[in-house]
Structures are given as C-alpha cells and as structure tokens.
Design a protein around this ligand. Structure first.
Ligand code: PMP
Length: 287
C-alpha cells in the first residue's frame, strides 16, 4: 500500500503530493509546523502539540486551516492509511498561496500538508555510548518560541554537526549560555545532582518532550532548575542529554570533543529515558 500525504483536503500518494509554487511557505518560509510522535499507532501528547500549533499560528496571525477537532480526525486517518505504528506525524500550515508580495495577502487560505514517517531506530551505539555535540553561536532570530518553518540556521547548525562527526549542535547565545540544539532541547545534570534546562522564553522552542519530562520528574523529587546555563557549566556537568519528539531522551557524552563526566551515558539520563518511554507506553495504552 503506498504511503499517503494529506494536502489541502485530499489524501494523495506521497510521491505525487505537491503544493503551488507561490505557496508562501515555499517563498517566504511564512508558515509553522509540528512534529507529533506516534507510538503503538497513537499520537503522544497530542493536546500540547496542538496547543503549541495554536500558539505558533496565533503569533504569526495565520488562521487554522480547519477546526482542531477536524484536524485530529485527519491525523488519525493518515496514521490509519499509512499503517503507522511508531514514528512521527509532520504537519505544516502556511499562510497559503498568493502572488509574491511581502505583505500579508488579503484573501489567501491557509495551506495544510501532513505527512508521516516511520521511526528511524536510534542506533544502539548512540544509546550505549551517548552522542557527541559541538557548539556554535546561536545566529537565529529572536522568536525561537514560534515553531516556524524558517529553519535555515538550524539546518546549517545540524550540517556543521554532521561534518564535525557530531550528532547535534548546541547553540550558544551572546552571554555564553546554551540555548538549545538545532532540533532538540539541551539539559545537564550538575555534579550535585540538579537537573538543569534553559527556562522557557523566546530564546528556545518550548519542547513538548522537555515539558513532558519536567512534569514526569516533578513526582521524583529531583531538584530541577529551569534557567540559563553557561557552556562552561555544561562542560563541567556530571551528565548531559537532549530531548525531542524523535530522539526522546538521548545521552550527550561529549561536548566539543571533551567528555562529559566520565564520558559514559549518565545514570540519571538513562533513568529519565526509561521514564519518558514508560510515559509513551502509558499514554498509548490509555487512548
Ligand atoms: N528545539 C528545537 C529548535 C526543535 O526544532 C525541536 C524539535 N521540534 C525541539 C527543541 C524539541 O521539541 P519537541 O520535544 O517538541 O520535539
């Protein structure tokens, strides 16, 4: 059975799915997106993902392409058609098609594209050894809280990581603090066992995995600090890890070539990965 995409009201074979050349997403990156994890055929943390979509759309003054309830039905139908068990749903809303002009068009309809992708299994070596990150200046705009499709600095940062043999780039602001990764949130565990991740602001995307983990650790009585942390603090940390909807919780064991702690995945990090995976299992079973 061919994989399908959903494009502006129609389910079409993925290979034939197309948008117009004057879609403002294509010409101006004038659009937003979401990536929702799918586990055992169920959407995980769907509501916070749709809340974040609502926020991104609202900040850019793009209308919903359909009601939230209808969108939920389409997401389920695409998962069903594509027999997706584990993976992600990608959905993108742009301001729509209009003759090229920077100002907002008066009469465009928001355009909606949805695709699915099977999970790429995380390499056993990444899990066993953790992953290296390199650091780069954060050259992005000042509204990283909006999940905009304008991802060129993120693309360049990821490519630099790949070319340096690393898994991810951690981005450093003008004060020498870590904001986040090119497509992941950044965390450290201090030598005295405090869990630290950057506070929510326009400097980072408020990751749904980040928030889910914060909610989960609340019951574990860990000391959690949502605050800025410097690169020096990260390099001196006992453990480090990253979070995202497709990587879940992944140990970071090298920063710019230097080992974090003993250079092995941290105990707390691995525990938090298990905690997050149990959360997905419970969420999928409860639906
Ligand atoms: N930061 C950035 C810049 C991202 O692109 C992503 C992934 N979309 C994340 C953080 C992680 O967010 P989430 O946990 O919602 O996948």
């Amino acid at each position: 059975m061919p994989r399908h995409a959903y494009v502006n009201g129609r389910y079409v074979p993925h290979g034939e799915a197309q948008v117009h050349i004057e879609d403002r997403g294509y010409q101006f990156a004038d659009g937003v997106y979401e990536v929702v994890p799918v586990f055992a055929g169920r959407l995980i943390d769907e509501e916070p993902h749709l809340d974040r979509l609502a926020y991104s759309l609202g900040e850019l003054r793009i209308a919903w392409p359909m009601s939230r309830a209808a969108l939920k039905l389409v997401l389920r139908e695409l998962i069903r058609r594509n027999s997706l068990a584990n993976g992600i749903v990608y959905l993108q809303v742009t301001r729509g098609v209009a003759p090229r002009d920077h100002r907002f068009p008066e009469h465009s309809r928001p355009a909606l594209v949805i695709t699915t992708r099977r999970a790429r299994p995380i390499s056993p070596a990444h899990l066993a050894n953790g992953v290296p990150v390199v650091t780069l200046p954060d050259i992005r705009w000042r509204r990283c809280d909006i999940k905009s499709v304008s991802l060129l600095p993120n693309v360049l940062a990821k490519q630099q990581a790949v070319e340096a043999g690393a898994y991810e780039s951690w981005l450093i602001d003008a004060e020498g603090c870590v904001t986040e990764g090119s497509s992941t949130n950044a965390w450290i565990v201090t030598k005295d066992g405090r869990l630290v991740t950057r506070d929510r602001s326009a400097a980072i995307l408020s990751g749904i995995t980040r928030q889910a983990l914060l909610d989960l650790v609340e019951v574990e009585q860990l000391i959690v600090e949502e605050r800025r942390f410097t690169l020096a603090e990260a390099k001196a940390a006992a453990e480090a890890f990253l979070t995202s909807s497709s990587s879940f919780v992944l140990p970071v064991t090298r920063i710019d070539g230097a080992p974090v702690g003993d250079g092995k995945p941290g105990r707390l990090t691995l525990k938090l990965r298990d905690t997050y995976i149990s959360h997905m299992n419970h969420a999928a079973a409860a639906l």
